[in-house]
Design a protein around this ligand. Structure first.
Ligand SMILES: Nc1ncnc2c1ncn2[C@@H]1O[C@H](COP(=O)(O)OP(=O)(O)OP(=O)(O)O)[C@@H](O)[C@H]1O
Length: 253
């Protein structure tokens, strides 16, 4: 599919991550599972996108391939200008560390470290200097200023996830992947985290790609792409929870 495919951004902005005929086949004993089947999709810089689809449709596999956590069987993935298909383990580790942010359902914070230390840890591991202004800005935007010296056990679920979001965004990654980021949160905390993800795209130019089952969460995104049986089957710009639900209903018939 050309770069001007219908799955590309409508405004011609260059994608932060793009796939070409991305296919992933898992060997499941005496059969094969085609988890991704020639997926062509691009995610625009500075936008917040959601990936949805029924259970087993390939959402996690797509995210793992986009983030260099899993390799393609065929086809390719490009992050910025870097073709990641065919990179070795060491190069992929560096790419993930330097250019990709991750936010998981389970927060993945280190319990012995304070919020501040958790936020700063990836930069420390990568030997990267921290931009103090950006740190202050992010901490203020996520509302963690007075919680920085607390360990995760002393923070609410929503606060812990905001630490994880701040940690992911501190290094201005090319793209941040969020896997069910509100799955463990009550609806108010979830809304706070989603608001921040949306603001980080709108106000800080961050590129966010979120996998979710929740139409309300997906409605915070600028665009939703829908998978079914490993194929990209639909997409929706400026979604509302109702329009997402409606599309999902059509997917599942
Ligand atoms: N490591 C693996 N080995 C074999 N099959 C796999 C493996 N990982 C995923 N699959 C299969 O690939 C297909 C897509 O799985 P994937 O986890 O990407 O779906 P999903 O849309 O994220 O599902 P869910 O919403 O349930 O998390 C499924 O049929 C799944 O069973």
């Amino acid at each position: 599919m050309s770069e001007n495919s219908p799955n590309d951004p409508p405004d011609g902005a260059s994608p932060a991550v793009i796939t070409r005929d991305l296919t992933k086949v898992f060997d499941a004993g005496d059969s094969e599972v085609r988890a991704l089947d020639s997926v062509n999709v691009g995610f625009t810089r500075g936008r917040f996108a959601a990936i949805m689809g029924p259970s087993g449709s390939g959402k996690s596999t797509l995210m793992h391939c986009l983030a260099g956590l899993d390799s393609a069987t065929s086809g390719s993935v490009r992050v910025g200008e870097t073709e990641i298909t065919g990179l070795g383990d060491k190069e992929l580790t560096l790419l993930r560390r330097q250019r990709i942010g991750f936010i998981f359902q389970s927060f993945n914070l280190l319990p012995v470290l304070t919020a501040r230390q958790n936020i700063l840890l990836p930069a420390q591991i990568a030997g990267r200097e921290v931009d103090q202004e950006r740190f202050d800005h992010i901490v203020d935007v996520v509302g963690l200023r007075d919680r920085l010296d607390h360990t995760p056990a002393k923070l609410s679920g929503g606060q812990q996830q905001r630490v994880a979001v701040a940690r992911a965004l501190l290094s201005s990654p090319d793209v941040t992947f969020a896997d069910e980021p509100t799955g463990n949160l009550d609806s108010r905390s979830g809304a706070e985290v989603l608001d921040f993800l949306r603001d980080s795209a709108r106000e800080m130019g961050q590129t966010i790609v979120m996998v979710t089952h929740d139409p309300v969460a997906a409605a915070y995104a600028d665009r939703v792409v829908f998978l079914r049986d490993g194929r990209l089957v639909d997409e929706l710009y400026e979604p509302s929870a109702e329009s997402v639900l409606d599309r999902i209903g059509k997917l599942e018939v």
